[in-house]
Design a protein around this ligand. Structure first.
Ligand SMILES: [Zn+2]
Length: 344
């Protein structure tokens, strides 16, 4: 079968199988068990290792997760000769990370090994490029050519990311870097959303130091759909400060840019949306989410290991339980499918 035809067939299979899974899930959940879609899942860790694609599918099946955005990681941690011990964690020692394009092929091979019914639930994103290389877009085009009809998005593009930026070879990546303009344009042309990690500030500055970079991207590429990872927060920033300006900025961005979606995973859910004991939702965040319920997605942000997938997704229940049934369904599941398809 020629590649274009295969792509069309795959899309059809995806639609049919997705609806089958939905029907199945609906009939199984007479107890109104919630159906989730994970907007942020990494197939590999910072050493490009993974428990494997079957572990992803098993964890999804066990936890009522119908769909997942699955990506590699654009960098790999090296074991430098200067380091006395083989590293087990990206920040375990002083050795750097470098850009690693093979991550996309590792992911593609894994996903393509699945039976069609499982493949249809995985939405693979292209991430393996250096975002300050003006030729990066060629890698993305190559991936699109090698696996026609396969890719569902681009990212996670790692731009401002505190410790990770410091550990990465070369110029600090920025959301408005000139190398990324053709990437955003290619995304729009191919109807692919972009998952962008761009910290709102550094770990010390109590002002939205880097927000202008994100806004340049949003403003300059109105036809590109952006999912902002963790709403610009990170674990390292959270450890240093509480960003008092964050909720106002998120609110303003959502009102200003209709090509923006917010990924509530990890550092934003844990430290901002929920109270410190994580059993209540902060009212000002609830207000923002209720005002724009179609603009938020949820995710696990796990890397290479999937045994916590259910816990990570169910951590959103505290928030979802505060919303109307319709809004909860949007955040838990429907919004992601809309942002992937580009349909309202
Ligand atoms: Zn991530």
């Amino acid at each position: 079968m020629n590649p274009a035809r295969l792509a069309v067939t795959r899309t059809r299979v995806t639609l049919v199988l997705s609806s089958c899974f939905l029907l199945l899930a609906t009939s199984l959940s007479a107890n109104a068990e919630r159906l989730y879609a994970d907007a942020h899942l990494h197939y590999v860790n910072f050493f490009q290792r993974s428990e494997g694609i079957q572990a992803v599918i098993d964890a999804m099946n066990e936890n009522n997760i119908s769909d997942a955005v699955l990506m590699g990681l654009p960098v790999i941690k090296m074991w430098a000769a200067s380091e006395p011990k083989r590293p087990e964690y990206v920040f375990a020692d002083d050795a750097k990370v470098y850009w690693y394009s093979l991550t996309d092929e590792i992911l593609a091979r894994a996903v393509e090994s699945l039976p069609p019914a499982d493949q249809a639930r995985i939405h693979p994103f292209i991430s393996g490029f250096n975002p300050v290389d003006k030729l990066a877009v060629e890698h993305i085009q190559r991936m699109l050519d090698w696996h026609p009809g396969f890719w569902a998005g681009i990212g996670e593009i790692m731009t401002r990311h505190d410790d990770l930026t410091a550990f990465t070879y070369g110029e600090p990546p920025r959301a408005n870097h000139e190398a990324l303009s053709p990437v955003y344009e290619l995304a729009a042309k191919n109807n692919l959303p972009v998952l962008l990690h761009s910290n709102i500030t550094s770990v010390r500055m109590r002002e939205p130091l880097y927000l202008g970079e994100l806004e340049d991207a949003l403003k300059g590429h109105p036809d590109t759909r952006f999912i902002w990872a963790h709403a610009g927060t990170s674990d390292s920033i959270n450890r240093r400060m509480n960003m008092k300006f964050l909720d106002n900025e998120v609110s303003r961005l959502l009102a200003t840019y209709d090509n923006l979606w917010i990924d509530l995973s990890w550092s934003i859910l844990d430290e901002y949306v929920l109270t410190s004991d994580r059993d209540e939702v902060r009212t000002h965040w609830l207000k923002i989410i209720r005002r724009h319920p179609e603009r938020f997605v949820i995710g696990s942000d796990l890397v290479g290991k999937f045994d916590k997938l259910g816990d990570k997704m169910k951590a959103f229940d505290v928030l979802l339980d505060e919303l109307s049934d319709e809004q909860a369904k949007m955040l838990a599941h429907d919004n992601l499918l809309h942002v992937l398809s580009g349909n309202e």
